[in-house]
Structure formats: structure tokens, C-alpha cells
Design a protein around this ligand. Structure first.
Ligand SMILES: *[C@@H]1O[C@H](CO)[C@@H](O)[C@H](O)[C@H]1NC(C)=O
Ligand SMILES: *[C@@H]1O[C@H](CO)[C@@H](O)[C@H](O)[C@H]1NC(C)=O
Ligand SMILES: *[C@@H]1O[C@H](CO)[C@@H](O)[C@H](O)[C@H]1NC(C)=O
Ligand SMILES: *[C@@H]1O[C@H](CO)[C@@H](O)[C@H](O)[C@H]1NC(C)=O
Ligand SMILES: *[C@@H]1O[C@H](CO)[C@@H](O)[C@H](O)[C@H]1NC(C)=O
Ligand SMILES: *[C@@H]1O[C@H](CO)[C@@H](O)[C@H](O)[C@H]1NC(C)=O
Length: 504
């Protein structure tokens, strides 16, 4: 007699707890394969990024919300930025294929993995694969979702500025390491998007001594110079430009610094040498495009946890490395985005094995990421927010964010520190001299073809790379054979060789 009401109460109580869970939670095991480099010289190494993935996993479990029924079996595999990820994916997929792939970040490695995964209809989410060619989601990159803003998204900042300030011409100067080619791909995004402007490119190889005279010779009929290279080389160029009186407002200088934004700013001109004073004055005309960082209260706890993990891994050897970067945030948010899409798809009766359906549900949507709102465009690429930094106090050599660009609505927002005078070209003729003949240049459509082809040709390239260790020498030799006076498009030609491979 005494037990029945007690039991009923207990049952009701139990149901009350279970009810929201039962109506919303879906239980599922998800096999996740993650490709991250063990090598800590990468900002997206295992030791830096894995804690963020685990953080997202644990948070979803602990929250007891609709995603707590998802059980992620996460397997971390090495990515060496060449072949490791592709071979591991092949080997592991002989048995059971993964339901989700996170990474790789490196462009060439990602191309191969994404191509195979798309063929198998497995969703891939990467905070890398930022090159322009990956934007082609019609065929071979169909299952790729890019959770960090690509280089083309970054380039929107430049088109917004060019429009706002009515600039017409740019010189793109970049250093090419011929391996990961981050600077090549960064400025490729700008080149791709700025088809309506007069664009000249100048590339030099890492090993070559910097020929500042040759570079600055190209600037005279140009308004804006956009650079991507190591900090010391930027300083060298800025010092040379200053000596030639190109830094008095008659030219605009920009550099792109996407992954190391926190360390950029005050003091980057400073080296403690006798050129510091000149460098400070030269940098008054150098502006930096960088990622816009947002912070919200939940981010604090994430930051503390990530810092702890990084310290535990013994990585706190430099100031910047402790910071949460775009890759760390991105892979955290990748877990959330997948969970949202999977939950929605399963509620609509699809299985986790329908990668096409899940992928399509990750695109064209906005959700709350760890550091703020994340907005994915209809093509499955994240819309990017970027900041423009400029020296606002030349005496102190101090930088500030003077404007922001919001990719989601294409707005270029000026901040109080913005000074129009700083961005007004001075002492220029209205007439622009004719461009030198472009016998050696590539048309935009040709370039686009080459670029798409380059990424498409990667599987062939990797095979070539693997079997012919001397591939670089081969290509170098071929390039030498080409009769091209300036040599400025050498790199593009190497790519066209790559795309010829893919066509073969
Ligand atoms: C890590 O990567 C850097 C730069 O790519 C390279 O110099 C270094 O040898 C690598 N270390 C290992 C252990 O592979
Ligand atoms: C970030 O930038 C600073 C200053 O330019 C440089 O010393 C540091 O090595 C960079 N960090 C990484 C991880 O690239
Ligand atoms: C996956 O979902 C799509 C709809 O997005 C559907 O057309 C297709 O048949 C599904 N595939 C499988 C294997 O269920
Ligand atoms: C994207 O989402 C919006 C609303 O969120 C919708 O109106 C639009 O049709 C979607 N576009 C595509 C291509 O699915
Ligand atoms: C640079 O330092 C000044 C003070 O010296 C400070 O007001 C400013 O916010 C700093 N800017 C950045 C970007 O750190
Ligand atoms: C554009 O988006 C940003 C960030 O979401 C917002 O702060 C800004 O007000 C928006 N601007 C316009 C004109 O809608």
C-alpha cells in the first residue's frame, strides 16, 4: 500500500526527466577520422587542435541536450601535408568507412583526401583547404565543408576596400615556398576575385635573395601593393620603399596576416637595430588585413581549457603558440555543425550514412560557434569577417583596427580610429600609363582554369611526387626551358604543368 504511490511518483519523476530527452535525443555512434600533423611547427598540429575537438565532444555529451545521444568515436591520424592522410584513409576504409572526416588542413593533401571522400560521399569538414580551387563543389569537392574563411573570402576585404576608396590597380608580391604555398594560395584568392582591376603579380622563391629593386620597379604604374611573405622580408621591402620616397601616401601598402593576428601589431617593425626608426615611419603606410576576432563569455572557459592542454603538452614555448587560432576554433565548430546537421537529417528520416544529405544541411546556415556566430554560405564555405589594421600613432608606432569587413552582409565598416587621409592616394596623376605588354601573362580565365586544374591534378601530382622524388628538379628544368623573359609567372606555369598531368 505504501509502495504504490511512491512508485508512481518515481515513474512520473523519471518520465519528466526522460521526456525532453526522449523526444529530441537521437542515439547514434559516429566514426570520426581526424587528420592533423604531429609536427608542432604547424599551427594546426594535433597537440593544439585535438583538445578543441574533445572539448566540443564533451560539451555536447555533458549538456544533455539533443546532441548528447551522439557518441563520437574519434580516431586521430597523422597528416604530413604530403601523402599520409590519403594513404591512411585508403587503408582504414578497407573495413568500415568513417562517417565524418575532419581535416586535412594542407592544400595538396586535402585535395586528394576530399576527392576520395567525395567519391565515397563522406562529409569532410576542414578548417583548411583554403585555396580557390576547392570552391568548385559541383563535382570532386562535393562533400567538402570549409569551416574557416577561405582565401577568396579574405579577398572580399580587398574588393570592398578598392570599391570604397576607388583604387584601380594592384601589385601582388608573394614568396613561394613551393611546398605548402600558403602565400601563393592567399594572393591567388585576391587575383581570382579582382578580375575587374589591373593586377600585376610578382613572385619570388624562398631561396632566392630578395631583389627589392626588381620588385619596386613594378610599382610605378600601380596604386596598391599587396604582400604575403615573412615579416623580415616585408620590413626589408618597406625600408627600401621608404628610402625611395614611396611611403608618403603616393602608394598604398598592404600585407595579409591571417593566422598570427594576435602577435601582429605593435612592434612588428621593431627589431632593435639601427633601422627601427625608419621602419616605424615606413610602416605608417603599411596596413594589415587579418581575421576579425570575436570573443564571448563562453569563449573564456574554452580559452582556459585550451591553454591548459597546450601547457600540458609542453608547447608554451612561445607567446603566440598559446593562443587559440582559427584552426583550433574551426575544428571545434566543425563538431557542432556536424551534430546540428546530423540531428536534423536523422529527424527527417535520413541515416548517418547519407553523407550527401548531411553535407547539404551543413551549408547555407548560421549557428553559434565557440567564439561567435558562424555563417556558412550556400556553397558550404564559411563567410569571413576581417579587420583592417593601420598605424594610428606614428610617434609610438602603434597599430589599431580601423575598419572591419563582414562577409555575411558584405559590409565594410569604418571604426572611430579610421582616418580617411591615411587611405587617400596623394600626388598622383589621373592618367595611368599603359601596362607593359602582357606577352607572358595569363588571362584571368586561363588562370582560373589553371588553378582549378592545379588542385584537380593533385592526385596525379601526389603519385608523381611519390614515385619521382626528383619532381621539383624536373619541373624546375622544364620551367627554365620556357622562354619567358620576366619569369614572374614561373609558378603559374608549374601549375599548368600539374594540370596537364591531370588531363593526361
Ligand atoms: C616539422 O616541420 C618543419 C617545417 O615544415 C620541419 O622543418 C621539421 O623538420 C619537421 N619536424 C619533424 C620532426 O618532422
Ligand atoms: C607570429 O608572429 C611573430 C612576429 O611576427 C613571429 O615571431 C612568430 O613566430 C609567429 N608565430 C607563428 C606560429 O607563426
Ligand atoms: C540521401 O539523401 C538524398 C536526398 O538528399 C536522397 O536523394 C538519396 O537517395 C539518399 N541516399 C541514400 C543512400 O539513402
Ligand atoms: C538558403 O537559406 C535561405 C533561408 O535560410 C533560403 O531562403 C534559401 O532558399 C536557401 N538557399 C539555398 C540555395 O538553399
Ligand atoms: C598598441 O599600443 C597602444 C599603446 O601603446 C595601444 O593603445 C593600442 O591599443 C595597441 N594596439 C594593438 C593593436 O595592440
Ligand atoms: C553586417 O553584419 C555585421 C555582423 O553580423 C553587423 O554587425 C552589421 O551591423 C551588419 N551590417 C549591416 C549593414 O547589416
Amino acid at each position: 500500500i505504501g509502495i504504490m504511490p511512491y512508485f508512481t511518483t518515481l515513474c512520473v519523476y523519471f518520465l519528466m526527466i526522460l521526456n525532453p530527452v526522449m523526444t529530441n535525443t537521437i542515439t547514434e555512434d559516429i566514426e570520426v577520422l581526424v587528420f592533423l600533423p604531429q609536427n608542432n611547427s604547424f599551427l594546426f598540429s594535433y597537440a593544439r587542435v585535438a583538445p578543441a575537438i574533445r572539448y566540443a565532444q564533451q560539451k555536447m555529451k555533458a549538456d544533455g541536450n539533443q546532441y548528447s545521444g551522439f557518441h563520437f568515436n574519434i580516431h586521430f591520424e597523422n597528416s604530413d601535408c604530403v601523402n599520409d592522410a590519403l594513404f591512411t584513409l585508403l587503408d582504414r576504409s578497407c573495413g568500415q568507412k568513417p562517417d565524418l572526416i575532419l581535416g586535412p588542413v594542407c592544400e595538396y593533401e586535402a585535395a586528394a583526401v576530399v576527392r576520395l571522400a567525395s567519391h565515397w560521399k563522406i562529409p569532410v569538414i576542414s578548417a583548411g583547404a583554403l585555396a580557390t580551387g576547392f570552391g568548385n563543389k559541383k563535382t570532386e569537392f562535393s562533400h567538402l565543408t570549409r569551416i574557416a574563411p577561405s582565401y577568396v573570402k579574405m579577398a572580399e576585404t580587398f574588393t570592398a576596400m578598392f570599391e570604397h576608396f576607388t583604387w584601380k590597380s594592384a601589385l601582388l608580391v608573394y614568396e613561394d615556398d613551393k611546398e605548402e604555398r600558403n602565400c601563393y594560395f592567399t594572393l591567388e584568392g585576391v587575383y581570382h576575385l579582382m578580375a575587374d582591376y589591373t593586377i600585376k603579380t610578382y613572385q619570388f622563391s624562398e631561396e632566392d635573395p630578395l631583389n627589392v629593386d626588381d620588385i619596386l620597379q613594378n610599382i610605378y604604374d600601380i596604386e596598391v601593393m599587396i604582400m604575403c611573405m615573412g615579416a623580415d622580408k616585408i620590413r626589408e621591402i618597406m625600408l627600401a620603399a621608404h628610402r625611395r620616397q614611396l611611403t608618403s601616401g603616393n602608394y598604398m601598402f598592404f600585407n595579409v596576416e591571417l593566422f598570427n593576428s594576435s602577435s601582429y601589431g605593435n612592434g612588428s617593425w621593431k627589431r632593435g637595430d639601427k633601422y627601427d626608426n625608419d621602419a616605424r615611419q615606413a610602416y605608417a603606410s603599411l596596413n594589415t588585413v587579418t581575421l576579425l576576432r570575436t570573443v564571448k563569455p563562453e569563449f573564456e572557459n574554452f580559452l582556459i581549457e585550451m591553454t591548459k592542454s597546450i601547457e600540458k603538452a609542453g608547447l608554451n614555448d612561445c607567446k603566440d603558440c598559446g593562443n587559440v587560432n582559427m584552426f583550433v576554433e574551426g575544428f571545434h565548430d566543425a563538431m557542432l555543425l556536424y551534430a546540428i546537421a546530423l540531428h536534423e537529417a536523422m529527424k527527417s528520416g535520413y541515416s548517418k550514412k547519407n553523407g550527401t544529405e548531411i553535407t547539404s544541411r551543413m551549408w547555407n546556415r548560421t549557428f553559434e560557434g565557440i567564439a561567435g556566430q558562424v555563417s556558412m554560405d550556400v556553397n558550404g564555405d564559411r563567410n569571413g569577417d576581417f579587420s583592417l589594421m593601420a598605424m594610428t600613432n606614428v610617434e609610438a608606432g602603434a597599430y589599431e583596427v580601423v575598419a572591419n569587413y563582414f562577409g555575411v552582409n558584405g559590409t565594410f565598416q569604418l571604426l572611430p580610429a579610421f582616418n580617411i587621409d591615411h587611405f587617400t592616394l596623394k600626388g598622383r596623376h589621373k592618367e595611368y600609363p599603359e601596362m607593359p605588354d602582357k606577352a607572358c601573362g595569363l588571362g584571368v580565365s586561363a588562370l582560373t582554369g589553371v588553378i582549378v586544374g592545379a588542385v584537380l591534378g593533385t592526385v596525379m601530382l601526389i603519385a608523381f611526387y611519390f614515385f619521382r622524388k626528383n619532381y621539383r628538379i624536373t619541373i624546375e628544368r622544364r620551367t627554365h626551358g620556357e622562354e619567358c623573359d620576366s619569369g614572374k609567372h614561373r609558378q603559374l606555369r608549374e601549375d599548368s604543368i600539374r594540370s596537364n598531368f591531370s588531363a593526361a
